[in-house]
Design a binder for this molecule. Structure first.
Ligand code: V47
Length: 354
């Protein structure tokens, strides 16, 4: 049976077939992904009012793609105090944020209580603010450096008020590429094991994939299929987020960057292959807002959120440092022909802007 017929019959594709999807022309692929998206969500496009907080950039690990950690290329080490972190969260909450998305570097100097205490203090003063925090890479670092098991750290997260886990640190699961990109950081198996443990406690998380650098198309499909396999077991992933590689201020030499077509194809293929992950997010900070708006016609139903501040992607050249105003965000989604839906962090609809 040919690929298109298989997709239309809701049959699962394997690695080889996933790679072959890149050979389809963009519009055919887009129409297939759009069909699936429409069946699930019609013209609704989800976003949330969120605030990204990146409390420290001091990092014990060295990832070649990273421009955020305090390295030779970015020598401005910082670690926020708990008071600073809580005061950022408070201000954002007063301005309408429903979620703080907290991702740090792997700081060997501050102690595990600095990480956990910040969540506790936010939760104590803002019990209704959703805390999405600690990537599997951070959890692995805390485990290695401070001598706790994954289970112990996950239990501490829950005790201290973390509500869900972000999808960061997944990069590319292929072990060879991963070793070149970020040797020493959480392994692919470790990343998946941590999310599995989190899901087993009835909690939800997201998954990312960093693409558009040195990885092959087969590496991307392999990554997506490893996520599909875990989701079959746990059902705990809410969203898949293909992150487009940003190239400034880092140590990774890349020969060819992905074109808009390649990015849109990757979104569409993600939608087609991931029949068990509900949301495909075009994270505008890495795709640009223009492409994210178009991505809504290529399988994506979520544009992340207003962000407010962001240090990881913007350090590498993205134009996301100061987020986006809510009215602009809603206006752009509407003008693109979609229905903006403000959601909470677990995808309950809060307001439909029809
Ligand atoms: O894991 C680092 C990536 C991630 C670069 O869960 C880069 O809802 C592009 O995970 N170019 C952190 N990306 C951000 C993240 C995320 C973002 C939005 C939503 C969610 C979610 C999660 O940023 C890291 C890494 O893969 N990153 N450097 C770069 N040069």
């Amino acid at each position: 049976m040919d690929l298109i017929a298989k997709i239309k019959n809701n049959q699962r594709l394997n690695l080889e077939e996933g790679v072959a999807l890149y050979e389809l022309d963009l519009l055919t692929l887009g129409a297939l992904a759009d069909e699936i998206r429409k069946k699930k969500f019609g013209k609704k496009s989800y976003f949330n009012i969120n605030r990204h907080i990146n409390p420290t950039n001091v990092c014990a690990d060295i990832c070649k793609f990273c421009a955020y950690s305090a390295t030779r290329k970015n020598p401005n080490p910082y670690a926020m105090s708990h008071d600073e972190i809580v005061s950022i969260a408070k201000k954002s909450y007063e301005n309408g944020a429903k979620e703080v998305h907290i991702v740090s570097a792997h700081n060997p100097n501050v102690g595990i209580d600095w990480y956990m205490g910040s969540f506790k203090k936010i939760k104590e003063s803002l019990p209704n603010l959703h805390i999405k925090a600690l990537t599997a890479a951070e959890i692995d670092f805390l485990s290695r450096h401070y001598g706790y098991s994954y289970d112990e750290i996950i239990d501490m997260m829950i005790e201290n008020g973390v509500d869900s886990m972000p999808g960061g640190g997944a990069e590319i699961f292929d072990e060879k590429v991963r070793e070149y990109l970020c040797k020493g950081k959480v392994s692919s198996a470790g990343w998946l094991e941590i999310h599995k443990k989190w899901h087993e406690r009835g909690r939800q998380s997201n998954a990312t994939m960093l693409f558009g650098h040195i990885e092959s198309k087969a590496n991307r499909i392999d990554h997506i299929l490893r996520l599909r396999d875990l989701q079959d077991i746990t059902g705990g992933f809410n969203a898949f987020i293909p992150l487009v590689y940003q190239k400034e201020n880092n140590f990774l030499k890349v020969k060819e960057y992905p074109t808009g077509q390649e990015i849109l194809k990757t979104y569409a293929i993600s939608r087609i292959l991931l029949d068990n992950i509900a949301h495909i997010k075009a994270y505008w900070a890495t795709s640009t807002i223009n492409l994210a708006l178009i991505a809504q016609e290529f399988g994506c139903d979520d544009l992340d959120g207003t962000i407010e501040k962001e240090a990881i992607q913007s350090a590498a050249g993205a134009k996301s440092g100061n987020g986006m105003k809510i009215d602009d965000f809603i206006g752009l989604i509407k003008n693109a022909g979609f229905i903006p839906v403000e959601r909470d962090s677990l995808y309950y609809e809060l307001r439909v802007y029809s």
